[in-house]
Ligand binder design. Structure first.
Ligand code: PYC
Length: 324
């Protein structure tokens, strides 16, 4: 093994991670021993992470240490002034611009570590600064990046599903949102909903539909009012990049939903929207209009820390970098 590779192995071996879940959806924060990405805007550091240090991502979230459901978060020094922390989110298939449940998990993790007190904070991310309020050790309200409905009533012909109509929106990630769910949004249907959402994602690719700058629309969201329990406005099923579904109601997905509701005048500024996930966990959200026609979503949810651990990097382990 070369000297450089050996040094990387040793550094990765020292990774300390803290795991939490936000409404059932896990977040693994690398709090020590992560890659040294240098300084500068978080978007530049994300590129360095992707191109030079991707093995830290694969070691942290891929099987056998983790699973497809996990979202990772690298805790960084912020670049933007007034921010108390910076973060780069990632998952088993790559990197995320923003992650709502992960932001809630990150704040609960920092609170658990004694590094964040109740009150107002700002977090630097690759897609902008997020303002958040740590309400108590578990409850977090954050103001997401400006979100926007980019296209309404887009029609797709999806094999085995037929005509599916939905909206394309940005909520910190790119979403296709549809109420044309092929099945009731209940946990028993998760495998079939996953297959259907993958087919919708493929239909978007085949029709050449992307987010701005040709970016893939990699999150698919089915909604149903009928399947929501009392007190919730809607229930969703969210397919994340890769194959996993979001156990939480998805913070960026709820932001995209608020943007679409606002565009259709179905939700007034300040009015509360309760979004329920496929497993019944909830976020509440509202918005204020943003100057350029978008909205600023405000999302509240809860997270619980469940592990504080060190990842062992055994040089003799054939899957030390994860099952690639
Ligand atoms: O909560 O924004 C979110 C999210 C994105 C992917 C998984 N969760």
């Amino acid at each position: 093994m070369g000297r450089l590779a050996r040094r990387r192995v040793l550094r990765a071996a020292a990774m300390r991670v803290i795991d939490s879940h936000t409404g059932g959806q896990p977040t693994r924060v690398i709090v020590e021993g992560g890659p040294d990405l240098g300084t500068g805007p978080l978007s530049d550091r994300l590129e360095r992470f992707r191109t030079r240090f991707d093995h830290y991502r694969t070691m942290a979230v891929l099987e056998p240490r983790c699973s497809d459901a996990m979202v990772g978060a690298l805790l960084c020094e912020p670049d933007a002034p007034d921010c108390s922390a910076g973060v780069i989110f990632f998952n088993t298939s790559g990197y995320l611009g923003m992650c709502g449940h992960g932001t809630i998990g990150l704040a609960a993790t920092l609170a658990w570590m004694g590094r964040m007190a109740p009150g107002l904070h700002r977090i630097d991310t690759p897609v902008g600064v997020i303002a958040l309020q740590l309400v108590d050790a578990n409850t977090v309200q954050f103001e997401n990046v400006e979100s926007r409905c980019m296209a309404e009533d887009v029609e797709l012909d999806v094999p085995d599903l037929g005509r599916v109509r939905g909206d394309i929106a940005w909520g910190g990630n790119w979403f296709f949102l549809t109420e044309d769910a092929p099945l009731p949004l209940v946990p028993a249907n998760i495998p079939a909903l996953t297959r259907a959402a993958r087919a919708v994602r493929q239909a978007l690719v085949e029709k050449g539909l992307t987010g701005l700058g040709g970016v893939e629309i990699d999150h698919i969201e089915f909604f149903s009012r009928a399947d929501a329990a009392p007190g919730a406005d809607s229930r969703n099923f969210v397919l994340c990049p890769g194959g996993a579904y979001d156990r939480s109601p998805c913070g960026t997905g709820t932001s995209a939903k608020l943007a679409c509701l606002a565009r259709r005048d179905r939700l007034a500024p300040g009015e509360i929207w309760v979004q329920e996930s496929i497993i019944g966990s909830r976020f509440s959200g509202h918005y204020r209009p943003a100057p350029a026609g978008g909205i600023v979503p405000v999302i509240t949810g809860t997270a619980h820390v469940f592990a504080d651990t060190r990842l062992i990097d055994d040089a003799t382990d054939p899957f030390r970098l994860g099952i690639l």
